[in-house]
Design a protein around this ligand. Structure first.
Ligand code: URA
Length: 288
């Protein structure tokens, strides 16, 4: 390891603007960044791109950039859980990213969500610890409406099964998601958690969406999440990788759609994506 002096202890950036953990600098990444947890999913996402290149690989953070259907796009792995994910969002925002889409896996809470189905989150119950360092517990972790719509549109176009609704993001895969810990440990306050979440219409468990949504809202950035159901907590099934390829295809396509909506909004002089921007986009598409 070569010693390198960074700007300061409170701003850990290299002289050329490379952020400490992700090792990327301004210009390396797109405004649109896909966020899988797993570093191995980054090249898998990039396989759908016209061309791609690895920008950096440091610790759990692997970053690729490239072009998907002509749109500049990036993907960075976040690692598992809120703390690692917040670092990714913080550092990507510093180098110019403003739109984040989590591409993850999830445990569905109801039998209606089949293994391999996708869950598009409209918001997340903040059962993480990281977002509490940022803001009061009452602050909602909501996805950006335009990112949610782009994900829905992409899922429709690709003809995949999907569900839209609330997610619970936990910092704990085992006990925090009511799975017995080592030696069957489960404290009384976790017992009945799944049943309770189901009763208030939470669709699924995962570990990063709440942190991403909270930070994005605080910073005026956009975020969404699409997760493949690899587990079902009602039927007790678990199939590794079920639906992951569909989640990747939907997230990539959502970026293409969002970029077209963003361009259309800009041309109309709108500050953001509005129903009329989307309506005109559909009309144009029908005519094409
Ligand atoms: N990821 C989770 O956090 N929970 C699951 O059950 C499956 C994937």
């Amino acid at each position: 390891m070569v010693e390198e002096k960074l700007k300061s202890a409170s701003q850990p950036v290299s002289a050329e603007g490379r952020v400490y953990h992700l090792a990327v600098k301004p210009g390396d990444v797109s405004r649109y960044v896909l966020l899988p947890g797993d570093p191995e999913r980054v090249p898998r996402i990039a396989r759908y791109w016209d061309r791609s290149w690895q920008v950096a690989s440091h610790r759990e953070y692997v970053t690729y950039s490239g072009y998907y259907k002509g749109v500049f796009i990036s993907a960075t792995s976040t690692g598992i859980g809120g703390p690692a994910t917040a670092i990714a969002v913080e550092e990507l925002a510093r180098v110019g990213a403003d739109t984040f889409i989590r591409v993850g896996t999830t445990g569905a809470l109801t039998r209606e969500i089949k293994l391999g189905d996708l869950v598009i989150s409209t918001g997340a119950v903040r059962m993480d610890g990281t977002s509490r360092h940022y803001v009061i517990p009452e602050y909602p972790a909501v996805a950006s409406y335009d990112v949610v719509l782009a994900l829905i549109e992409a899922a429709e176009e690709l003809g995949v099964r999907y569900h839209v609704g609330l997610t619970a993001s936990s910092d704990s895969f085992y006990v925090g998601q009511e799975r017995p810990g080592f030696k069957g440990y489960l404290p009384p306050f976790q017992k009945g958690l799944i049943e309770f979440l189901r009763s208030i219409r939470v669709l699924n468990f995962e570990m990063e969406a709440a942190t991403i949504f909270t930070l994005a809202n605080i910073y005026g950035l956009r975020a969404g999440a699409v997760c493949a159901a690899i587990a079902n907590r009602e039927t007790e099934e678990f199939v590794v990788d079920a639906g992951v390829e569909d989640a990747i295809r939907v997230a990539n396509e959502a970026v293409k759609i969002l970029s077209e909506w963003d361009d259309a909004a800009l041309k109309k002089g709108r500050p953001g994506i509005t129903p009329s921007v989307i309506g005109e986009w559909f009309e144009k598409r029908k005519r094409a």
